[in-house]
Design a protein. Structure first.
Length: 348
């Protein structure tokens, strides 16, 4: 091969390499832009979450539950969270004195990343330490806010309540709308008021369908078509649907709206660092394991006032289940029983 042909061959090879490099650049540039964009978005989300959830923090006056020997760390300890749903608004003029409309206690086991979620019917007849007598459990919040509600639930279920999250129903509406609605099986036709108390504003037919925030709230709140037990089950299904939708890949770019919706309508005694510890429950292998149940009972109406009278045997089964899930030792359980006995004797 002549020297001239060899030179031409080398030039041709260099030209091909340059074209390949250019193609590679054209492929890499959008990938890098996307990657940097996601990093920037993640950084902005983190900063916003830090700011919003830090503003949501409200000290409940306790370093720890009285039923704990030491302060818990959710990154390494089994913990419990009391979810308090309230319906307070300018329309109802009840800010600061609202009764709780929804009460759920979640226990979280850090080793197997499982959650037990117990709905407590709002009309349950229980002892409220804040006032020293039995009444509906939803009155506790009106008497003494989250602290009185926590003490009531601890007295009822005999386990420590480590954290609380108090959420206004406005947050529920905004979160469902932020994830572009949720798919739920509506069990029956219903006509309900909306969050502004406009009668008949929400009309749903039975069957699986996509609901917006107002519709999902109406389904969660209605009490006209069944009982408190079924109401609790509906609320648990709706919460699961929200969690599944929010954790889906398609909702990632909506996290900004979700954070804003929750933060504006939530108070909690959890710090932002403590909240971050719970991320691991939803990022392990497989889907989050949530076992749901509701406190069973019967209708009870002495002197014309309606109550939900809890079934003692079923209540004890739930107490044992939650203690096992939190791995509460026998010494803690015995100390609680002694304290409860002392409190009961003092109130008599």
């Amino acid at each position: 091969m002549s020297k001239e042909k060899t030179t031409q061959s080398r030039v041709a090879k260099r030209g091909k390499k340059r074209k390949l490099r250019k193609r590679a650049y054209f492929i890499l540039i959008p990938v890098l832009v996307l990657f940097l964009g996601l990093l920037t978005y993640a950084a902005l989300l983190y900063a916003k979450a830090d700011s919003v959830f830090t503003d949501s923090y409200k000290d409940d006056g306790r370093d720890k539950s009285d039923l704990r020997d030491d302060v818990v760390d959710p990154a390494s300890d089994n913990v419990s969270i009391l979810i308090i749903g309230v319906d307070q608004s300018n329309v109802r003029n009840n800010e600061g004195s609202a009764r709780s409309d929804t009460l759920m206690l979640a226990t979280l086991n850090v080793e197997d990343k499982s959650v037990k979620l117990v709905s407590i019917p709002r009309d349950s007849l229980v002892y409220v330490p804040e006032v020293g007598y039995e009444t509906k459990i939803n009155h506790a919040h009106a008497y003494g806010g989250p602290k009185a509600t926590i003490e009531t639930v601890e007295n009822l279920l005999e386990i420590p309540v480590d954290y609380y999250v108090k959420v206004n129903f406005e947050a529920f509406i905004d979160v469902v709308n932020a994830v572009n609605g949720i798919t739920v099986d509506v069990p029956y036709e219903l006509s309900e008021q909306n969050s502004k108390d406009k009668a008949g504003a929400i009309h749903l037919l039975p069957g699986e369908q996509k609901l917006n925030g107002e519709e999902a709230l109406a389904l969660a709140r209605t009490r006209h078509y069944d009982n408190d037990i079924e109401r609790g089950k509906r609320q648990q299904k709706i919460i699961k649907a929200v969690i599944q939708k929010a954790s889906s890949l398609g909702s990632v770019l909506k996290y900004d709206n979700i954070i804003e919706a929750v933060g504006e309508n939530m108070t909690t005694n959890m710090t932002f660092d403590e909240m971050k510890s719970f991320i691991s429950y939803g990022t392990g292998s497989g889907s989050l394991d949530i076992d749901t149940r509701t406190l069973e009972g019967t209708d009870y109406q002495p002197s014309g006032t309606y109550y939900w009278k809890l079934n003692e045997e079923s209540l004890q089964e739930t107490i044992d289940l939650l203690k096992n899930h939190l791995e509460i030792d026998s010494d803690t359980a015995m100390r609680f029983e002694n304290e409860s006995s002392s409190d009961s004797a003092a109130s008599e």
